[in-house]
Design a protein. Structure first.
Length: 399
């Protein structure tokens, strides 16, 4: 498939290219099935014979047998019911009519702060934006945004950036952080919604009879998904656009569909979650290129998002390079598997793209430059990257 990208191609930043010799499916020495092709990953994600195995699902989910499990860990009919009930909070229509105002006001506030100070760490600005928007949708609006941002960030402690002596305390620190989040953010929001229900997630699940710690479970789930991953998405998009003048210029003059396509292509190349984990609940039969593979019940599957998103059979030539407007099969969305697929596909995908777009339109219109190469670490809690030290400086405007 010939690519006709109107601007220069750009290599990825967050991970080296997957070796072309890596097989599309194999079982490693630990018995884990490694899946790298788009078609096989999509078959698995759309199968009813698998369950969630990422985000500590097998450790945390098993401890919640006497409670309603968060939607992230649910499967089957219960999962479908709750997803259908809560989908209304994340649709493109709802995003544009109910959430765009908060995106714009927060973006304007953060940009004004940057202009006043003259410099900022984008990884902090993006966290505040992501937290503010997600808190509005969830209903976590009875505590300060900056304090909430700190507490949300603490929910996904990264052992790779934690001092060695502190790692021994991480299980205790993690429990404290969750309780701190509950008493400072979740409980005040719950008490307020019990008195005055609103059109948000907390009000909805309280109406379903959720108990306090069940509400906490959902807030932790949506907090990590809606805040922490979106933070990285904003940062990686800004990084690409700030370093590529032609891409930045095109983005700033493009209409919304093209801008969203550019952001989606960056995310295809730089998926925040690098590995999607599933465990089979029954024998799973996979088919690709006339070859059939049978995976037994109870097997652990690691679906490699980087490899699947760069599967040239699906995305065409230059698969490891950023190329907006690349032709894709009709059944494949622009971010490919960056938001997952099937019944566990990220419900807030449009919300994440929209808020990133609203903020970056304002940021990139400024005479702003990147002062240094940002640092990248891997967070095993999220199975994804963290971009930090994205230091921005405002240059003097031309007279």
């Amino acid at each position: 498939m010939l690519q006709t990208c109107p601007i220069e191609h750009h290599p990825r930043k967050t991970q080296t290219a997957t070796l072309p010799t890596a097989p599309s499916i194999e079982q490693d020495s630990n018995g884990v099935w490694q899946i790298r092709s788009f078609m096989l990953c999509r078959q698995i994600l759309r199968s009813d014979n698998t369950r969630q195995a990422g985000f500590n699902a097998e450790r945390v989910g098993g401890a919640l047998t006497k409670m309603r499990q968060p939607i992230l860990y649910l499967e089957g009919e219960l999962h479908h019911q709750l997803r259908s009930q809560t989908a209304k909070f994340f649709t493109p229509s709802t995003t544009n009519t109910k959430h765009r105002g908060i995106m714009e006001s927060l973006s304007n506030e953060l940009i004004a702060r940057l202009e006043k100070k003259g410099s900022a760490d984008l990884s902090q600005l993006s966290l505040e934006l992501a937290v503010g928007v997600a808190a509005h949708v969830i209903g976590l609006t009875k505590s300060s945004r900056r304090g909430l941002a700190v507490r949300i960030g603490a929910l996904a402690l990264n052992p790779n950036t934690t001092a060695q002596w502190k790692r021994r305390l991480m299980p205790f620190q993690g429990a404290f952080n969750v309780l701190h989040f509950f008493y400072r953010d979740v409980k005040p929001a719950m008490l307020d919604r019990q008195k005055k229900p609103q059109d948000d997630l907390i009000s909805h699940i309280l109406g379903l009879g959720y108990k306090p710690f069940e509400v906490l479970g959902e807030c932790v789930t949506y907090g990590a998904a809606g805040m922490l991953t979106t933070r990285e998405f904003i940062s990686v998009c800004a990084w690409h656009l700030l370093e590529r003048p032609a891409l930045r210029a095109r983005y700033l003059i493009a209409g919304e569909p093209e801008r969203h396509a550019i952001l989606s292509e960056i995310l295809r190349l730089e998926p925040v979650i690098g590995t999607i984990k599933r465990r089979t609940t029954a024998t799973l039969q996979l088919e690709e290129n006339g070859q059939s593979t049978s995976i037994p019940a109870g097997a652990l599957l690691h679906l490699h998002t980087y490899a699947a998103n760069a599967d040239s059979v699906t995305v065409g030539e230059n698969a490891h390079e950023l190329c907006p407007q690349r032709p894709l099969p009709k059944s494949v969305q622009e971010p490919v598997l960056s938001f997952g697929d099937g019944h566990h596909r990220c419900p807030g995908s449009f919300l994440a793209i929209a808020e990133t777009d609203v903020f970056l339109q304002r940021l990139l219109a400024l005479p702003i430059k990147l002062e240094n190469k940002p640092s990248i670490t891997f967070n095993p809690t999220l199975d994804g990257y963290e971009i930090r030290n994205v230091n921005l400086r405002l240059e003097a405007r031309n007279a």
